[in-house]
Design a protein around this ligand. Sequence first.
Ligand code: IPD
Length: 310
Amino acid sequence: MAEPNLQEIHDFLFDIALKAGDMITSANPGTVDTKKNSSDLVTETDKAVEDMVSSSLKSKFPDYSFLGEETSTSGRLTPAPTFIVDPIDGTTNFVHAHPYISISLAFAHQLRPLVGIVYNPFTQHLYHAIHGKGAYLTAPSVPTSHPPRPGSGTENTEAVVSAYTMTKLPMKMPAPPLTGLKQALVAMEWGNERSGNNWETKTETFASLAGDESTGGAMVHSLRSLGSAALNCCAVARGDLDAYWEGGCWAWDVAAGWVIVEEAGGRVVGGNDGELEPAVDSRRYLVVRASEGRKGQEEMIREFWGAVKG
Ligand code: IPD
């Protein structure tokens, strides 16, 4: 099999993300079903988007494997060239009409994520990266408070058209040094594993990060639970968050964001002490933003691992 052409894959995924975005913004969630428990949601739109993405990919790249949230039974990645797809990352937000959601599309080979596209169709922020070629944000050049919706009658006015020129910005920017966990803004998610080992580790780690010294906690500046793993990775890549930790999510939640974080100078390591090179499907991750000099980043990783309970 010929070596994958990463640029071609990137460009194709970029277009699919925009198409999926149109499907999502013009849909109601439709029927909402639950999967393994009542906090694990799937909508008709998740399934329709995954269907569209998988059939487009299968006709363009018939030799490559496909790992999608709504169709995979094992969640496990193999070394084969593979597309890793979460049609709506943030399904719970989507069900509640909360606009922090994304389409997450990645390509991995030999178990390494090499292309990542994460698109929030409500803000029209599209993050994209190819391994070794940098991370970019393509977004409307003029922020507007009310994006024009199809059929709103305002799409063709000059002001709106110029507001919607999409601009591509490199994401590698000078990052202030990380000064330690205590000064950090950290995302952690509740996810849908609400019992067992991941639940205990999550709740105890929440407490150990947020509590003050009298509780033995690190007392970080604050914690955020925003509801989309892929967008959390992009927020770390941009420097909007200092770190993101989660136990219990899957390769399709993080694979695309992974490339974007690394290409923006951030790090993805395992969620447990000492795991410097986690597998993409290891299900527990720590993501840390770029820092002026590597030292702050490494210290932050070690400090964070010390706070993970379990
Ligand atoms: C979920 C989101 C959420 C994370 C969960 C994921 P989904 O993805 O990324 O932030 O906490 O672990 O399962 O189910 O909305 O695609």
